[in-house]
Each structure stands twice: as C-alpha cells, then as structure tokens.
Ligand binder design. Sequence first.
Ligand code: AMP
Ligand code: ZN
Length: 470
Amino acid sequence: MRLYNTLTRQQEPFEPLRDHTVRMYTCGLTVYARGHIGNFRTFVSVDVLRRALKYIGGWQMRHVMNFTDVDDKTIAGAEREGVGLREYTDRYIAAFREDAARLGIEPVEETPRATDPANLDAMATMIRQLEANGHTYTSDGSVYFKIASLPDYGKLARLDHDGMQAGARVDTDEYNKENARDFVLWKATKPGEPTWDCGVGPGRPGWHIECSAMALRLLGEAPIDIHTGGIDLVFPHHENEIAQSEGATGKPFSRFWIHTEHLLVDGQKMSKSLGNVYTLSDITERGFRVSALRYLLLSAHHRKQLNFTWTGMQQAEEALRRLIDCLDRLDTVTSNESHPEMVRAATAARAAFDEALSDDLNTAAGLAAMFDLVRIVNTAIDSRQIGRPDLKTVHHAFEHFDKVLGVISLRRAEDAQPPIPEAEIQAAIEARQAARRARQFAEADRIRDDMAARGVIFEDGPQGTRWKRK
Ligand code: AMP
Ligand code: ZN
C-alpha cells in the first residue's frame, strides 16, 4: 500500500513497523459542540484508511482517537453555560459516539479523554522530560516550549526559520504559521478555570501536549506508524506534537502523517455566520439518509477539497440506490448455469478496487471499479448471462467493497430500522389486507399511499406483504 506522507510530501510504501499491527493516532473532536459534517469528512476518511489497512493491507490495528475535553474552547463553553467542564464535554462525547455509529464509523481500540488522570500524568511526565532536555522555560507559572532549542522545528509545516519569532510566546491553543512562537505546554491556573497539579505546578495542559502524551502512552515506544487529522492541524498542532514528542524521547514521533482536506459547503468555508455548519440532523431533516452522506464524504480523494451541496447529496443518494438495487436484483437470479466471464469480471473488479485503494486511498477510482461491476451485473441479469453458481464470487466482491467503504451494510442497517414504529406498519398491512378482502380497493390503496408518504413501501409477494423503506 502506498500512502502520501505530509512529512516527506510524497507517496511512500507503507507497512507497520512491528508485529503486523498498525499503531495509529487520530486527533479526535474538540468536544465543545456537536461534530459537523466537515469534522465527519475527516473522521470518515480516517475510517476508510483504517478499514483499508485492515481489509486490504491485512494488518491488525491499534488505533487511538482522543477527545480533546480541555482547551480554550471547552473551558469557554462550560463557563458560558455555567456547568462543570466534565458535564459539558460529556454531552458532546455522547453525541459524537451516536453520530459516528450512524455514519458507520468502526469503533477504534482506544478513545482517551485528555482529562483522564493517567493522561494528565503522562503529560506532566513528558513536560518534565522536556525540561530535563532543555526545551522549556517557565514564565508567570506557565511552562513554554522553546522552539529555538529544536533545530528542526517546523519540518512538517515547512516553516521558514527566518520567520520564526523565537523568544516570543503564545498562550492560545491556535495561531498561524506566520507567527510561529514558543507555545505553552502547561498553563498556570487562571481564576475560574479548571486546574490540576501533577508535578509541574497548578494549571492545565495546553492542547498540543495532550495528543503527544496520549499517543505515546497508548501506542508505546516512538515512532508510531501513522498520525492523522484534518489539514488545518498541520500547523501549529501537529508541528508542536512533533516538537514535544521528539524533544522528550529523542526519537522520531510518527513515520507517516496523513491529512484530510477540508469540506466546503456551497464553495465556502463552514462558519456559524453563514449558517452552513451542518450536523447530521440537518441532513436527515432535509430528508436525506446518513448512509448517503457517508457515501458522499468518501467519494472524493481525501487530499482534495470536497464541496458539499444538496445536489451532491441527491446524486450520492442515487448512486447508493443504484448499488443496492443491483444487489437486490442478484436475489432474482434463478438459472443454474455458470458463466466464467461473470466470475472473471467480479475478480477483476475486486483487484481494480484494491489497486485503487492501495494507491493512496483513491476512493474515487475504487467506486468506479465497483460501479463497473454493477453495470456488468445489471447487463448480465438483463441478458440472462448470470447464474446461481456465479453468485458466490459476485457477492464476495461486494462484501469486500463494503468492508472497506462501509456503505452497503450501513444502508441495510438503516433499511432494517423502520422509519415509523413496526407495530404501526403491521397494523397498516393488516388493515389493507382486510380492505382488499372486503373489495374496498380505494381504501386499500389509500392505506398503501399513506404509508408510502411516511417512508414505507409495501411489496406483495407469495409470502404475503412485506415492507421496506422508501
Ligand atoms: P476539532 O474538533 O476542531 O479539533 O476538529 C476535529 C477534526 O475535524 C480535526 O481533524 C479537523 O481538522 C477536522 N475538521 C474541521 N473542520 C473541517 C472541515 N471543514 N473539513 C474537514 N475536516 C475538518
Ligand atoms: Zn491532536
């Protein structure tokens, strides 16, 4: 498998360093708000990476995705609402877990919170190592990282050393490349802010130290294999993570850095003022399914910007439907004849799919390979050139695509969930049956149309009436 590495600005062959196990860290959500579809573009693309490593690379995963539950934004949010930090962030962690499950994102091995005591201790230990190695200084009770003490500071973001403001300090978690400065590792307690004392003075961690410490605590000795996140994290967050981890351990932090480009909405950056910060409920309120959103989010290459539009959502829905319809049609194949060319086509599609995903996760080309097979299958069904003996290979191919993309099973799971209570559907089926028996066909049709308007379609068959989602 080849992956583009932001650190080297090129594609490189990837395999894990040790034990056939990929040790991967993803910067998770800052839990001061419900995740939006931009955040989920990154998390879905990381999920596809994870699945490709497992199901195409054949490796095991040890994958950590944190919750940033203490930083400038979470503290400000909790204060604004007048609740404790833990109570405030708990809500958004629960919301994230719910949204991630609805998007078919595989649970990862570890989801640490920055404020867990073991993690705070690991941060303090790392800060003490940095102190011992001469990378820090203290000012007004806060501990800072001295960027001039690390000659290759700036290697990920390719900072120009002349432009760095060595000696100048920044206390905020976020700032830009143009004013690279000494950044805060541990912030002295301010009135009203949460505070911990783990051996580096009373205070709270800066954002960057959280990830360095949690990654190495949970993934073991540096270097880890892969570090991921959205493109906006390259500077300062990931640059500073490298500085901290390498300054403390003297070893490279992560072998690969993989970044997902941003999702735009109608060609613009998402922002509260534009009213285009959509969450999953905005998607379903417009009548779209979350499976279609997953499809849309993974349809573009992760290193290209993706522009979200409602037309794009509609197209994603149609593509997904074409896929599911094709799979449903396979159930209608009854011939017992075998067709070697069908088996060859399915095998070739699977190989093309794996080739595409192994080429820096080219999901667009992977989907093209899958839809080539959809077209071939549909044509074969139309011309009766497919028989039951061929189905195993064809099904295996689609199951493989689904393991990596995760849209078919997600759609099926949604389909199995009735849009209205199951009992109501059953009652409507019986009422319609009764109306038909009484030859009240207009009434029977009314019941059917009424259910259709509520998202449930009736299908009459030899075993009686079954329902499916519209
Ligand atoms: P945050 O909660 O702000 O730390 O963001 C969580 C993740 O979402 C990070 O990896 C961000 O880089 C990513 N992210 C934020 N906005 C977008 C966006 N518009 N498109 C893609 N990823 C994003
Ligand atoms: Zn992080």
